[in-house]
Design a protein around this ligand. Structure first.
Ligand code: TNX
Length: 767
């Protein structure tokens, strides 16, 4: 064998790394084999298709326009040519729904499928190999063979257009983004307390009144006092039925089904603003300007027949507009208070033999389901529709964790998984320092990537009830298209791979690599995205009197650079290799470096404050809630003060008092102890009523040094951090015990009135 031939064989045997780098398709195709060579799309390329197959035409147009956009080339159609891009609509049985094959050789690109959807997805994969914006670069497609199909049939993204209105153009761009990543369902949240967004011909006030609220300038949702009748409502907007039709057609060309959500029976202050007779109190009101539900009725009255005929009329128009099989009726977070006080609701319960208001809600939803089914559609609702009895054919969207989805699937109902963690894209994805203000939570791109939509609790037979998963974008804090993009990118790409690609082939490292190409594309297109997964996570670990700090980045190929002396991080800063010991008050700053470039606009920084308890072991009488464990059991003594992010620094206690004993290791001379606590009214977190401080030499006999009462009013809405501090004559002690007395119940007027309140604490400082 000649040396040349041997080398050639060797080349064949080793996959050429160059190939791997050229293709960065998201979501990862089921099978992708790269071959040698390229197909170059140029003006001598003709698009071939069977012109009698009408279904192909929109796909052909879509492709021709896309090529023109990135190159200026106007491709020929069905002309004799040496190089062809061929679309073949094969027999129904040849491919599964939405499946396709894409074959690229130097003279032929062929996309085959049994459906328009499949052809469209073949095009999307192909387009991802081309330049993403107009350049003069050659349109070079690597030779390859792709065989691909989705794992789930519901690959959804939701958008709340009520809390803030987004124009029809922004909605189209959003749908386009979904389609690029093979998401096929757009859940359009058209109705909520803060605005009714769809024209209904029979009830014009829904949009002339219900789509407008008093201007909202408040930075923190719900902090603005509720508007009074008479105040001018000028902020909002709505879609005409013509615009809705246009959006549906735009989506259809991209294989996206638009599922309308018409909320009921709660979250409808906007409808009641238009037609006050639909509520229990029948009092005039305005759409909400924030999320403050006190002293108002935002439910439909479940005892009033007019409500049902109104909703049937509304749904009749909605169903005529939307071809979607599923009609979403909301059903979430119904405040049962107004129904309890309403004579007509109580009379309805009596007449129908309903035991409680949960059953009244179930009665309401079942009636609506009957109507929807009579129109040959299916009803879907948030998981609250399980309470009081699930409607017979309902599909459940599981948002309060996975429990609702599991329960419904076990009852043989279809479900869509969209648990708050990690499917809520209104939550923080990085930071929260340096991030735009968000509603809370913390869903990183990796957390989304690692999500498995089929809960372990389901048997193999029950898997089929999980239709898929969905990302939700609630817009209380999102008011611009740029911010919307930022919240969705790149998390939607991670979800797209979760719902499309086989679970077994998912690979975070490879996804991260491919993501870089998409980031470049976003940059080129001017799309806003969060580079959040480049930020460094600074994780302290306190144990046996020592404090060590570990640094993590979710990007496996990046290195971490850091300083501890307060100086700015540069490319010559120390490279992180192992946990850093912290022995004095200092600030750690860290950045990630990828390909010799620092990837952060701002370093992540954390200040560590030294005090006599740093690193000390903490023993609790009642363990903190599993959901609020911060950095671990010794988070109270990790040298890090809790900040505004509720999920990050704080140990949370529900029902029980916080009783913690800290061992300083040796006897120390001390004269001051303080415990930081949090109040966050909206999240049911209240300051303790008092904190008791005790000290001991032997850990058995404790002497009280002080009890400090809370002086912050219980109804304080703003996020408040208070230090409960005891100062006393210097004394020797090895053990410190603190008791924070949890507020027994959420106060009067709070949504959780009478239910257990939370106590949140962080950093027990001893000096
Ligand atoms: C809960 S999710 C809601 C929404 C809020 C969202 C904020 C659901 C069915 N209801 O009304 O906008 O949390 O994350």
């Amino acid at each position: 064998m000649s040396l040349k031939f041997a080398k050639f064989l060797l080349l064949l045997a080793c996959p050429l790394p160059m190939f791997a780098q050229q293709v960065a398709i998201i979501p990862q195709p089921v099978e992708l084999k790269l071959n040698e060579g390229n197909f170059i799309i140029d003006k001598n390329t003709s698009v071939q298709f069977n012109a009698s197959q009408a279904a192909l035409k929109p796909a052909v147009d879509f492709f021709i326009n896309a090529v023109k956009d990135v190159s200026g080339i106007a491709l020929q159609q069905n002309k004799p040519a040496a190089k062809k891009v061929e679309f073949i609509l094969a027999a129904q049985t040849a491919f599964k729904p939405e499946a396709y094959s894409l074959t690229v050789t130097p003279s032929l690109i062929q996309i085959k499928a049994s459906s328009y959807a499949g052809i469209f997805y073949g095009i999307q994969s192909l387009l991802q190999t081309l330049p993403q914006v107009r350049t003069n670069a050659a349109l070079q497609v690597p030779c390859m063979q792709i065989n691909d199909e989705p794992r789930f049939k519901w690959r959804g993204m939701h958008l709340d257009v009520s809390r803030h209105f987004f124009s029809a153009d922004v909605v189209k761009q959003y749908i386009n983004l979904l389609a690029m990543y093979k998401m096929n369902t757009f859940h359009w949240h058209l109705v909520d307390d803060q605005g009714w967004r769809i024209e209904i011909k029979k009830y014009p006030k829904l949009t002339s009144t219900g789509a407008w609220r008093v201007d909202q300038n408040d930075k923190v949702w719900g902090s603005r006092p509720q508007a009074q009748p008479g105040e001018e409502a000028t902020y909002g907007g709505y879609y005409t039925q013509e615009q809705v039709k246009e959006i549906i057609a735009y989506a259809k060309a991209r294989n996206v089904t638009v599922v309308p959500e018409i909320e009921m029976p709660g979250h409808v202050a906007s409808a009641i603003a238009a037609y006050p007779q639909l509520s229990c109190t029948q009092q005039p009101q305005l759409p909400l300007t924030g999320g403050n539900y006190n002293n108002m009725s935002s439910n439909y009255c479940a005892g009033n027949e007019e409500v049902f005929s109104f909703l049937q009329d509304v749904l009749t128009e909605v169903i005529a507009l939307f071809p979607s099989t599923y009609i979403h009726i909301g059903g979430d977070e119904v405040d049962k208070g107004p129904w309890k006080k309403c004579e007509r609701c109580q009379a309805r319960m009596k007449k129908e033999g309903l035991k409680n208001e949960e059953e009244l809600q179930s009665y309401f939803i079942k009636r609506m389901e009957k109507f929807i089914v009579s129109k040959k559609r299916k009803m879907i609702g948030w998981d609250e529709i399980l309470e009081g009895g699930l409607a017979p054919e309902a599909t459940v969207m599981s948002w309060r964790g996975e429990a609702g989805g599991i329960e419904a699937a076990k009852m043989h109902h279809d479900v869509v998984m969209t648990p708050g963690s990690p499917c809520y894209f209104d939550h923080y994805q990085a930071g929260p320092e340096g991030e735009p203000l968000a509603i809370g939570g913390f869903n990183t791109v990796k957390k989304v990537y690692d999500y498995e939509p089929i809960p372990k609790e389901l048997s193999a037979e029950q898997h089929k009830y999980v239709l898929g998963a969905q990302g939700n974008v609630w817009t209380e804090y999102i008011s611009t298209a740029e911010h919307l993009e930022y919240m969705v990118l790149p998390r939607m790409l991670a979800l797209a791979e979760t719902v499309w690609s086989p679970a077994a082939t998912k690979n975070w490292n490879d996804f991260s690599r491919r993501l870089q190409f998409h980031f470049n594309a976003f940059d080129a297109k001017g799309l806003h995205y969060s580079p959040g997964n480049f930020t460094v996570d600074i994780k302290p670990a306190a144990k046996n009197g020592k404090l060590e700090v570990a640094l993590f980045s979710e990007v496996p190929t990046a290195s971490i650079l850091y300083t501890t002396d307060g100086t700015v991080t540069t490319i010559s800063s120390a490279v992180y290799t192992k946990p850093i010991a912290v022995e004095s008050t200092q600030t750690i700053r860290a950045v990630t470096m990828q390909n010799g470039k620092i990837m952060n606009l701002q370093p992540v920084e954390q200040r560590f404050v030294m005090h006599k308890a740093v690193g000390a072991n903490v023993q609790y009488v009642h363990q903190p809630s599993r959901s609020y464990m911060a950095d671990g059991i010794n988070s109270l003594t990790d040298g890090v003060r809790g900040k505004s992010a509720v999920n990050k620094f704080w140990h949370g206690f529900n029902k029980n008092n916080l009783v913690a004993t800290v061992d300083l290791g040796t006897e120390k001379n001390i004269s001051r102890i303080s415990l930081g606590c949090l109040q966050h009214y909206r999240d049911w977190i209240f300051l303790p009523t008092a904190v008791k401080f005790e000290v001991s030499v032997d850990g058995k006999t404790f002497t009280e040094v002080a009890t400090v009462q809370n002086d912050v009013p219980v109804n304080t809405l703003a996020l408040t951090i208070k230090d409960f501090t005891a100062k006393f004559p210097a004394t020797n002690a090895r053990y410190v015990r603190v008791t924070a007395y949890t507020l027994e119940a959420c106060p009067k007027g709070h949504p959780g009135e009478g239910k257990p309140a939370w106590t949140f604490a962080d950093e027990l400082e001893v000096e």
